[in-house]
Write a protein that binds this ligand. Structure first.
Ligand code: C2E
Ligand code: MG
Ligand code: MG
Length: 575
């Protein structure tokens, strides 16, 4: 053998070894694309012995998933470039489908004609499923469609960045179902899975759209609430979630009752980064579990004391409301504070102010219980009751000879959102035989500003009924006058805070004077609240205020003292 022949022989030997031993599948086809040779890895991957495929077209391996365009592209590249790389879906001898990555090269003979095709391929199903898994792991929980822990942590970090910038409060709420294992063990995993899916959707419905919900694994969920007003409103969120989960769950033929234990941490007091906040929420949750499930705990002990008080108040409010609406020992009362007309000196209006005398707590200020009622949805029945009670009392005052008197009732955010409000108002007026002009409704400036379109629509309906509308606590809500101009209102109530220092603070004088002048320009009445002293009264008179309300004239009075007070007051003007 010549030296050259020897080298060529050696080369053939190591190429043959490569062909035999290489872990990738290899196929050689002839000019007509018939298989002439395959290696052992081919058999291992495809399940076909060499004898079964020799002489066949490699198309026999196809799973039928590859588009004709891909094949056309492949042949085009082979003709022009001599090689092609890509992906196919093939079918093994046992029928299973798998993805493979393939490189094909053309072999030309001395005359330049195509003599063979050589293909080398690798089964990529493992790599694909790993990639799929990684995708799932880093994005969504396959069962509930919620995001998972990794994604939640990164979203929380983003929220913390903006909270740091804007000084906002972020709540991290960790929720673990109680005794979930029992559902799985006794009713099977399909039922357990069904319950988790339903819980995920209840969570979605009980939080704001801007809140983030994640499933951390098993029966553990995470809710991240950015832009929290105050720490106490977090306990309102937790209560709402617990109430929503407590409704029975229909899963297949089973009616299941689920409870959850919740741990809460707050940015920035309980941690400065996502990991710490989630860990502290977890610690709080485990502490709550150890104290008996179906409850929630804050990470910070001081918050727990406050939340406990609030929860007690919330439960008492619920109970008080039940008793009141059943007309059984009402704990609520409506008091009335007189409003004086500066030009005539007469009392022409009464502001209805709610009072709650709670057996365990004593007198609870409305600023506290109205807020709780708002957060828990109890404001609807409570607000309706206050409204009907105010109308009922006005009827009683009139029956005792009171004339030319209007009652002003405060409306909260939620009440204004209720589309039934005009119907409730019409109903009460009709029931007590009152005219719409005897009724005034007060909404605070911040409420009016909060949802301008809705406010405008509802106020429009009330205005058409003929009811007087007032903007309460005016001057605190930064409303633009151009906006006010579009609302069908009749009256502005200057906030107490401006009246308080009117005799000593030049800014407050300027503000009161501007409100009065601009209000009059817009054809509105101006009433000042919180008038306690004669100097305050004189100042407001000089500024041309129309009506005054405050302790100087009277504190809010129980209904049974109103008629006497009005008789005494207005008798000064009788001749
Ligand atoms: P508001 O509507 O601005 O009511 C006026 C508040 O100022 C009342 O407090 C009243 O007692 C108090 N006030 C009246 N004159 C004076 C005064 O000369 N000096 C001082 N320092 N205070 C005076 P109250 O009754 O504690 O009510 C507080 C707030 O709670 C009310 O502010 C109102 O926003 C809300 N509220 C009260 N009753 C109801 C209600 O029935 N429904 C709704 N939605 N909110 C209510
Ligand atoms: Mg008011
Ligand atoms: Mg006010």
């Amino acid at each position: 053998m010549s030296q050259l022949d020897k080298q060529a022989h050696q080369r053939l030997q190591y190429l043959a070894t490569l062909f035999e031993r290489h872990p990738d599948g290899m196929v050689v086809t002839d000019a007509a694309n018939r298989i002439v040779e395959v290696n052992p890895a081919f058999t291992q991957i495809t399940g076909y012995a060499a004898e079964a495929v020799i002489g066949q077209d490699p198309g026999m391996l196809s799973a039928g998933h590859t588009s004709p365009e891909t094949y056309a592209e492949m042949w085009q590249a082979l003709r022009s470039e001599g090689c092609w790389q890509g992906e196919f879906w093939d079918r093994r001898a046992d029928g299973n489908i798998y993805p493979k990555s393939v490189s094909i090269a053309l072999v030309r003979d001395a005359a330049g004609e195509v003599s063979h095709h050589v293909a080398i391929f690798r089964d990529t199903s493992e790599r694909k499923s790993a990639a799929d898994q990684i995708f799932q792991l880093t994005h969504n929980d396959a069962l509930t469609g919620l995001i998972n822990r990794t994604t939640a942590e990164s979203q929380l970090d983003q929220m913390l960045t903006s909270a740091r910038r804007d000084g906002g409060l972020v709540a991290v709420i960790l929720l673990d179902l109680d005794n979930f294992k029992q559902f799985n063990d006794t009713l099977g995993h399909a039922v357990g899975d069904g319950l988790l899916v339903q819980i995920a959707s209840r969570l979605r419905d009980s939080v704001r759209a801007s809140d983030v919900i994640a499933r951390l694994g098993g029966d553990e969920f995470l809710i991240i609430a950015p832009d929290i007003d105050n720490a106490m409103s977090v306990s309102a969120i937790a209560s709402k979630i617990r109430r929503s989960l407590a409704e029975p769950h229909q899963i297949d033929s089973h009616l299941l009752y689920a409870t959850a234990t919740i741990g809460i941490s707050l940015f920035s007091s309980d941690g400065d980064d996502a990991e710490t906040l989630i860990r502290n929420a977890e610690t709080a949750m485990y502490k709550a579990k150890s104290l008996g499930r179906d409850t929630f705990k804050f990470f910070a002990a001081t918050m727990n004391a406050a939340a406990h008080e609030r929860l007690k108040l919330e439960n008492a409010l619920r109970l008080a409301l039940e008793e009141t609406t059943l007309q059984y020992a009402p704990q609520f009362r409506v008091h009335f504070q007189p409003q004086m007309d500066i030009t005539t000196g007469r009392i022409t209006g009464l502001e209805a102010l709610a009072r709650w005398q709670a057996p365990e707590f004593g007198m609870v200020p409305p600023s506290t219980f109205i807020q709780i009622a708002e957060e828990t949805g109890l404001i609807q029945p409570l607000g309706d009751w206050i409204f009907w009670e105010a109308c009922r009392q006005l009827r009683a005052f009139k029956d005792q000879g009171v004339t030319d008197m209007r009652v002003a009732v405060n409306l909260s955010t939620q009440q204004l959102r209720n589309e039934n409000l005009p119907a409730v108002v019409r109903g009460a007026l009709a029931c007590y035989g009152l005219s719409p002009t005897e009724l005034e409704l007060e909404i605070t400036e911040s409420v009016a500003m909060h949802n301008p379109e809705l406010t405008k629509a509802i106020l429009g309906q009330l205005h058409e009924l003929g009811i007087v509308l007032a903007i309460d606590d005016f001057g605190t809500g930064y409303s633009s006058l151009s906006y006010l101009k579009h609302l069908p209102i009749h009256r502005l109530k200057i906030d107490r805070s401006f009246v308080r220092d009117i005799t000593s603070n030049h800014d407050d004088v300027a503000i009161c004077s501007a409100i009065i002048v601009l209000g009059h320009e817009l054809g509105l009445d101006i009433i000042a609240e919180g008038v306690e002293t004669e100097p305050q009264r004189d100042y407001l008179k000089r500024l041309n205020c129309d009506l005054l309300q405050g302790f100087l004239y009277s504190k809010p009075l129980p209904a049974e003292e109103v008629v006497d007070f009005l008789r005494r007051w207005n008798s000064q003007f009788d001749d």
